[in-house]
Design a protein around this ligand. Structure first.
Ligand SMILES: [Fe+2]
Length: 610
């Protein structure tokens, strides 16, 4: 039984395919069309999924999308009618003129109707995008409510037989947050938080105010938070209030515009665009919003710290209540806010949960996967079986394909056998080389996990500056992440619950701060990836070889890209290598050196551990 899941007309458009319950492929459209967080229709992703499964569209049994325009329809209509009435009465909101508001509301409603029509007629969209006659598609079509897809994406591929489930998000199908309980091949939704209340909206509004305007910039604010002190916590407690005796919360809507103004949002082809959603109340309290080119000050750091602390307070309130409701100590987490790895890392300390599974593509990309398993398990009542241990579900390329790319580009290369490959790469990393590492199947979700990664020496205090100056060109306050051999986690970190997809931040043990300074954040924490030989044997071998050379079982791992989506193909990787100042790149079993001299600056700062 073949099932195709799709996330379309939402951020991070994506597709996934399963065969008899086994995950065959899952991938985001941005990796193919090179547009970050691309919305629109994931035609290339669907083509790849079909190829990976060796089938055509006509062979698919079920096709689903993570949107259900009929979910909460009466509330959507009521909300639209209220907005139209408010505008007709010239309701005095902040900001725009009546004329602009009218255009905003009617424009927004017509955009949403057009968007919903595309979602409803998925068969038409598919037949057009893949150039397949509509009448040849015989699959059964499903519209799966957005948050049910998030919950399914986390539970059905988790290792847990029974678990509490939480989707913590921006919005989807008029809901921001949904919780439930899963057992076997079924889950039950217990309750939800509806529009306009959303933790994701609070994070996005504050991110905009701090001067990071792009979709997906919330992670930058999480990285900024440890520099500040939460002196604005009372304001954020006024902005988002928890509900006693329920895993819920409500927003003080005075701080926001998304519910009252025609905030422009675009989910068509291209990167998603979201207009300003913080209100003038932010400006009255904090002063002028920071322009993206302005320097960051302690004000922005303190706002970020206050926001992060409040998110954790609200998140842990929800989780404690959810534990009380379900009695489970196992938790499955998804939704865009579940990408907040700082909050995730504190769950075991601050709540009764003892094991946590965070879906690696916790954002909307992962709903394509959730759709597949919702159909397979929840609707068709098929038995569970798939456990997602890594996120290596994207395209891969043979050595022959890689060599053809290198030959066409006319670059010099050498071929290494497996043991020599990881040994040589480990030596390059230990010698200070910024090392491209392109191997196996591409990762699904926002994190590079050792297959589309740039690897560097975590012992060098200046490695962050080197990477930023030569390749990443990103804000200097943002940390780089460590990959550690799983069995050494407790030696370096104060917690050792596995974090295989880099969605947990733990404190680095104090005595190790000086050992791995390039991956220890300003507050002494690290967003770690725990690596084992089962999930990624070649990456495990590389880190093991580095460990043998240096005594340190950790490498710095950052995504293989330069201000673009993570590379997908050998050509993308080679292009990135040639336009940046990377020292060396390993593509499959091939090694390509930079034409410039290997960056081999002083090793005096390195710590050799016995
Ligand atoms: Fe979502």
């Amino acid at each position: 039984m073949i099932i195709l899941g799709i996330n379309a007309y939402h951020g991070d458009a994506s597709a996934a395919i399963i065969a008899d319950g086994q995950l065959i492929a899952a991938v985001e459209e941005e990796r193919f069309n090179r547009i970050k967080h691309c919305a629109g229709f994931p035609a290339e992703s669907i083509r790849y999924c079909l190829n990976a499964a060796g089938v055509d569209l006509v062979n698919i049994d079920h096709i689903g999308i993570s949107r259900d325009p009929s979910a909460h329809l009466h509330k959507k209509i009521l909300h639209a009618a209220t907005r139209i009435a408010r505008n007709a009465m010239g309701f005095a909101g902040s900001g725009a003129t009546n004329g602009k508001r009218d255009n905003g509301v009617f424009g927004m409603i017509s955009d949403r109707l057009a968007n919903a029509a595309k979602v409803r007629d998925l068969k038409d969209e598919l037949s057009r995008a893949l150039r397949v006659p509509r009448e040849t598609i015989s699959a059964t079509f499903h519209n799966i409510e957005h948050h049910k897809a998030h919950l399914a994406s986390a539970f059905f591929v988790s290792p847990f037989e029974r678990a509490a489930l939480l989707s913590l998000d921006g919005f989807g199908d008029f809901v921001s947050t949904m919780w439930g309980v899963g057992e076997g091949n079924q889950f039950e939704v217990l309750d939800e938080v509806e529009y306009p209340h959303s933790t994701g909206i609070v994070y996005t509004a504050t991110t905009q105010f701090i001067g990071f305007p792009h979709y997906g910039d919330e992670g930058k604010v999480m990285g900024l938070a440890p520099y500040g002190t939460p002196r604005y916590i009372d304001i954020f407690r006024d902005m988002i209030r928890t509900e006693p005796d329920r895993p819920g919360f409500v927003l003080n809507l005075d701080y926001f515009l998304h519910h009252s103004e025609g905030v422009e949002m675009s989910w068509n082809e291209g990167s998603p665009q979201i207009g300003r959603i913080f209100s003038d109340k932010f400006v009255e309290i904090f002063g002028r919003p920071r322009d993206s080119g302005d320097p960051l000050t302690t004000r922005e750091e303190d706002i970020a710290a206050s926001l992060q602390l409040r998110l954790e307070e609200v998140g842990f309130h929800i989780l404690k209540q959810l534990h009380a409701l379900t009695g489970s100590t196992d938790l499955c987490l998804a939704g865009g806010v579940a990408l907040n790895s700082v909050m995730n890392g504190k769950i075991l300390l601050d709540t009764p949960f003892r094991r946590v599974f965070v879906q690696p593509a916790a954002g909307d990309n992962g709903t394509a996967l959730g759709v597949c398993y919702y159909i397979f398990n929840q609707i068709l009542k098929q038995p569970r079986g798939a456990v997602m241990e890594g996120a290596y579900t994207g395209p891969e390329f043979s050595d022959e394909e890689i060599r053809a790319v290198l030959d066409r580009a006319g670059v010099a290369y050498e071929r290494l056998e497996d043991r020599e490959l990881t040994n040589t790469a480990a030596k390059d990393v230990a010698d200070g080389a910024v090392t491209g590492w392109f191997q196996g199947r591409m990762e699904f979700g926002p994190r590079a996990l050792g297959n589309r990664s740039i690897i560097a020496d975590p012992r060098r205090p200046n490695m962050r500056e080197i990477l930023n100056e030569r390749i990443k060109k990103r804000e200097p306050f943002r940390p780089f992440a460590p990959s550690i051999l799983e069995e050494h986690t407790a030696e370096y970190f104060e917690q050792d619950h596995p974090s295989p997809t880099m969605l947990m931040v733990y404190p680095v043990r104090r005595e190790k701060h000086g050992v791995i300074p390039a991956v220890t954040h300003v507050d002494g924490s690290g967003r770690l990836q725990t690596v084992n030989a089962r999930t990624n044997p070649r990456y495990y071998q590389l880190i093991s070889d580095f460990h043998k050379l240096t005594g340190v079982p950790v490498v710095l791992n950052t995504s293989f890209n330069e201000n673009e989506p993570i590379v997908c193909t050998p050509q993308h990787a080679l292009d990135c290598f040639l336009k940046t100042r990377m020292d060396v790149i390993y593509l499959g079993n091939y090694k390509v050196r930079s034409r410039t001299v290997l960056h081999n600056n002083s090793t005096a700062n390195c710590t050799q551990e016995d």
